[in-house]
Design a protein around this ligand. Structure first.
Ligand code: GLU
Length: 213
């Protein structure tokens, strides 16, 4: 395994709350104690929810808490070209398909009894992904990941081993031509050689999707 490296990855969608602070402090303490490298990544791709003052504010708060990191701050939106390259790779491997239907529209389509339906989210996957993708998508379309596992086991050092439902084809690229959190995090963690992720347990479900990706 490459040398241990973790990341602090705030999203500038508002003021940091106590849960964020707790996670960052724990992440930093564990990293310092075990001599891991720490990357700071500002996850600013969530356009509509982004608050202009929140970037500086979260950096100031972390510095005030005495938290430090190695190297320059990495800004996620600077890496959108790499995220696009990942989407292209997934298209090439037929692991994604374009889908312009909203959740609501998917539900309506799925009133047809022959389609697959799960309690969590409907799946309306084309049978021939290559053929489907060869048809020019609309300018604004989502791309969904072909989830070939109905469940996925995540091993977390604190929460233990748990099975998560991964049966729906989650969106990796949005109608607004931006990567989703799921795709950007996987691309960036890989690119930045992150070996250890410490985050809130509300992201365990996401970890299951991200491990598939
Ligand atoms: N940026 C995410 C957040 O603030 C966390 C990212 C992650 O741990 O994957 O919720």
């Amino acid at each position: 395994m490459s040398s241990p490296r973790t990341r602090l990855a705030p999203s500038p969608t508002g003021s940091l709350h106590i849960g964020n602070i707790c996670t960052f402090l724990l992440n930093w303490i564990i990293a310092k104690q075990r001599d891991w490298e720490i990357v700071f990544r500002m996850e600013d791709i969530d356009g509509p929810r982004k608050k202009s003052t929140a970037i500086e504010e979260s950096i100031d708060i972390l510095r005030w808490l005495g938290i430090d990191w190695d190297g320059e701050i990495i800004v996620q939106s600077d890496r959108v070209e790499s995220h696009k390259a990942m989407l292209q790779e997934l298209i090439k491997k037929e692991l994604v398909y374009h889908c312009s239907l909203s959740r609501k529209e998917l539900k309506n389509v799925l009133s047809a009894p022959h389609e697959i339906y799960t309690n969590k989210e409907p799946i309306y996957r084309p049978t021939d992904i290559k053929l489907h993708n060869s048809m020019t998508p609309n300018d604004s379309t989502n791309w969904r990941f072909v989830s070939n596992q109905t469940t996925h086991v995540v091993q977390d050092e604190l929460c233990g081993t748990e099975n998560y439902d991964t049966s729906h084809d989650f969106v990796v690229w949005t109608k607004d031509n931006t990567p989703t959190y799921q795709l950007a995090v996987v691309a960036d963690d890989h690119h930045q050689h992150i070996t250890h992720v410490i985050r809130g347990n509300d992201l365990l479900q996401s970890a299951a999707w991200q491990e598939q990706l």
